[in-house]
Design a protein around this ligand. Sequence first.
Ligand code: ATP
Length: 443
Amino acid sequence: MTQDKLARQFSVFLRWRPLTNDEVAGEITRGSQNQDTSLRAVSISAPAKRPWTSPPAFKGSFEPADDNQVLFDTIVASALPKVLNGASCNYFAYGHSGSGKTHTMIGYDYDSADRMGLCVAAARKLFESLSILNQEGSEHQLGVGFSLFEVRQKSAFDLLNRRTQCHIREGPDGKTHIRGPTEMLEGGKVRVQPIAQRSCWTYDSFKEEMRTSLGLRAVGSSSVHDQSSRTHAIITLEIINTALAEARQAVADRQSELVPVGAHATTVNIEEQTKGYIQTPDGGYALNPDYQINQERIDAAEAEKAKFEARVSAAEEHVAEVLGSHRSLGGKFVFVDLAGAEYQEEKGAPSQSLRGQTPQERQEGRQINTDLLALKEVIRAYASGQTRIPFRSSPLTMVLREHFLGSRNGSSAMIVTVSPSVDQYAATLNSLKFGSLVGVASV
Ligand SMILES: Nc1ncnc2c1ncn2[C@@H]1O[C@H](COP(=O)(O)OP(=O)(O)OP(=O)(O)O)[C@@H](O)[C@H]1O
């Protein structure tokens, strides 16, 4: 295995949730074997269903009795030292609606260790480690920058900013920018709101932010269970300090100062070109003999613009310097609670959950499937060490680009959540096939 390949480890785990009270049709028979590799092959069967066995693809498999603490200890805990060393570690929950993704990633009880979701448990451990580092004494206390937004169709919705709709775009620098509405400030300055990051200095303040923001999560109306989420929720916990927050704020301020100066340079250029040329009878353009283009005026406006661009670059360099001032700064845990995968029954008929959907929900379902297929291709390309990774294929993968690229020395994993109910056989089979396609590429 090459060094690069080692740095791109991606593991796939399987989690069987318990049967719910209304799942009375019986349980899928399941097996899991280690063959000649360190990965497990998973097999399923049920009366009147076609049995299926995966290739060796799963790093581990969790039974219904395994609680969230067992998952945290097995999958996430070992990543903590990497995050404290500045790496980015990413975790995805994939599964059909109601299979246990939100229970796994976020949880419905933030106070008990065996029920809190992986992101809450990670925050708890992170704050414990940061408090030790902070006692060692440093100029700026370390804390956690928390952001939480949803990707739905082609937009992002910032749950830390009243679900404000943000646009997902690729900038000229090739990076993905997620931008909210523009604000007009004094002196013609324009500020484009980025996705909010809340600075949390204690675990309790983080939990409070989580509770408030998750109250705003979008839910669908007619899927498998009432709280079905139709969006991909992306939660980031980044190690920050006040110097980093201030340095990033300075970049935003310099960018808003640049906007009117850049607009002025463009206006001057257009004015001079409009006066300096006249239209000829054949529809072409020629120099206006009655006007001399004022090149000095254009150059002065361009020079002013260059001065403000340099201020932005200097502020960006300062962010990089601050990031380099402590080994932990910029380290990140990223948790992605993916929208429920939608699927067809074996013979192409719509599944029970698809039948009662509105046209808008069906359209959303198609986009969700597009996003999930794009994610599968990105993970396969990433895990197999390819240099060209198709991030542009969907808004979801565009948004995840920086986290994949930032995870060089980190580790990433997907948890495929499935129901053991025979009623959910087709959905479970569908999720296992997806997980094994991702898992075999990660060997
Ligand atoms: N491993 C588990 N142990 C106990 N209860 C679970 C487990 N997994 C899921 N549940 C319960 O099953 C229900 C559905 O789970 P959850 O909301 O996590 O599904 P989901 O996959 O996020 O669905 P959707 O995509 O529709 O949001 C919840 O009541 C949850 O508490």
